[in-house]
Design a protein around this ligand. Structure first.
Ligand SMILES: Nc1ncnc2c1ncn2[C@@H]1O[C@H](COP(=O)(O)OP(=O)(O)O)[C@@H](O)[C@H]1O
Ligand SMILES: [Mg+2]
Length: 349
């Protein structure tokens, strides 16, 4: 989606991926190698004007030496911070952004202490390398702590108080080299088993939208951030509690391809290429639904007015994100009717 956004601007992408059959290969050359393969990275860096990433679990150490060869945006510092849930939370706290009560857990006794101090239910998460709900376990009763500990004890962990959220929202913004900022409206996100199923946007709530933009701006300024950044929140008692950040284009922003004047993908490229940012004005009421595990019927979905279909060309596998569709309508009520129709045609496996 980055490469597709870059084409009309005359920007050409090349991707490093472990798998030659990666979706990007349909529209751009692929360099096959491990993401920390110093030789491959140097090869890519030496022929690129700028390096970026769309996955945050890249070994930060591998990127740092490339700074001698080309620009890396966002910076390896922003990447490193977002790779560790404890450091991320410390940054949010330092910037006055509300977060869940939590504790670092490296030993069984620290886990027991965290359980008694923060109470139940809670979520035990690996500090690093988690995504799509991987590397976490909800602990509802004290008896479940042992099984969670057995699963993850060989890694640095964090225990968080469970947030009884009314909903989850995210904000996405872009910051350019010159410090210019652009924000997309809030998206309301529905997850199941830690994986985003669908989102609707704009989620109209002025107070929350203002707070989210303020927090995002604080993070981007603090990190001297360049590119697109996403912040995920829980809405608890009508206020935002920050969950995590993603230093990249975000699944909850896929709707911006059809739903906004300039997509998150294009704005990421504009930001990292030192171009003026594009308008984030919304063009209607949007919904985005992920295709997980298997592709739904293209014929039936395309029968829904205002629906755009995105097939990433991946091999189906249980739980894998294979594509998505976006619905764009003039009003929220109309959008909701189309969303319900589309959801009936989509099965998550
Ligand atoms: N402290 C929490 N309280 C309630 N739900 C949580 C908590 N932490 C995570 N979740 C649920 O799990 C999902 C994935 O967790 P998250 O921390 O965002 O990790 P990931 O990196 O996998 O996206 C969240 O979107 C939310 O639905
Ligand atoms: Mg998340």
């Amino acid at each position: 989606m980055l490469a597709l956004a870059g084409y009309p601007l005359g920007l050409r992408c090349e991707f490093l991926d472990r798998d030659a059959a990666t979706p990007g290969g349909q529209v751009a050359p692929i360099l096959v190698g491990e993401l920390d393969d110093a030789g491959r990275l140097a090869e890519l860096a030496s022929r690129s004007d700028v390096l970026t990433f769309d996955w945050e679990n890249i070994p930060g150490k591998a990127l740092a030496p490339l700074r001698r060869l080309t620009r890396i945006r966002p910076s390896p510092t922003a990447l490193r911070l977002s790779q560790d849930r404890l450091h991320e939370k410390a940054l949010f706290a330092r910037l006055g952004i509300p977060i869940a009560r939590h504790a670092a857990v490296d030993t069984r006794s620290q886990l027991l202490a965290a359980l008694s101090r923060l109470g139940l239910p809670g979520v035990l998460k690996t500090r690093r390398l988690g995504y799509d709900g991987k590397g976490q376990a909800v602990i509802r009763r004290a008896a479940e702590a042992e099984a969670a500990w057995a699963r993850f004890h060989d890694q640095p962990l964090i225990y968080e108080a469970f947030q009884p959220f009314a909903r989850e929202v995210s904000i996405i913004g872009a910051r350019s080299v010159s410090g210019e900022l652009a924000y997309y409206p809030l998206a309301a996100n529905t997850h199941a088993d830690g994986v985003l199923r669908y989102c609707v946007a704009p989620y109209a709530n002025r107070k929350l939208a203002r707070a989210a933009a303020l927090y995002l701006r604080r993070v981007m300024r603090a990190l001297d951030y360049i590119g697109v950044l996403a912040l995920e929140f829980f809405v608890v008692d009508g206020a935002l509690v920050a969950n995590e950040m993603a230093p990249r284009v975000h699944n909850s922003g896929h709707w911006t391809i059809e739903g906004c004047v300039t997509s998150q993908f294009e704005n990421h490229l504009r930001a990292i290429c030192d171009l003026p940012l594009g308008s984030t004005r919304v063009l209607g009421s949007a919904a985005m639904i992920n295709f997980l595990g298997c592709l739904p019927s293209r014929e039936r979905l395309l029968g829904i007015e205002g629906l755009a279909f995105h097939d990433y060309g991946k091999t189906p596998r249980a739980g894998r994100k294979l594509g998505h569709c976006t619905i764009l309508r003039r009003g929220a009520a109309d959008r909701n009717v189309a969303l319900r129709r589309a959801l009936k045609l989509i099965e998550w496996t």
